[in-house]
Write a protein that binds this ligand. Sequence first.
Ligand SMILES: [Zn+2]
Ligand SMILES: [Zn+2]
Length: 120
Amino acid sequence: MHCPKCSAEMEITSYDQIKVDRCTNCKGLWFQPEELAALRNDIWMADYILDEGDAKVGKKYNQIVAIQCPECGVAMKQEFDAEQPHIIYESCPDGHGTYLDAGEFTDIVHKTFWDKFKRS
Ligand SMILES: [Zn+2]
Ligand SMILES: [Zn+2]
């Protein structure tokens, strides 16, 4: 599979039972819908392992919005994160997955973690 943003090869990286595709160049992450849901709710350490890219690089690639689903080639649609609307990511309208630029997953997970911390 190739990165929808920079066309470099994606490699499979895994955390626990969950496998995620990560770009070897820009370090963007491709999540299947159920993987993202599982990771953001349960495993707050996952970002250190999966999201190893530079957030500055991620910000640059975040400007690229006209991308196609790496699995089906359909134009992806932009979505704002429900909890953190400053985080914008691209999802396949046919439900193949979601693309997060480097640093965005860390951002999402940290919010979740601090929320839990505040509640407890
Ligand atoms: Zn890339
Ligand atoms: Zn697709």
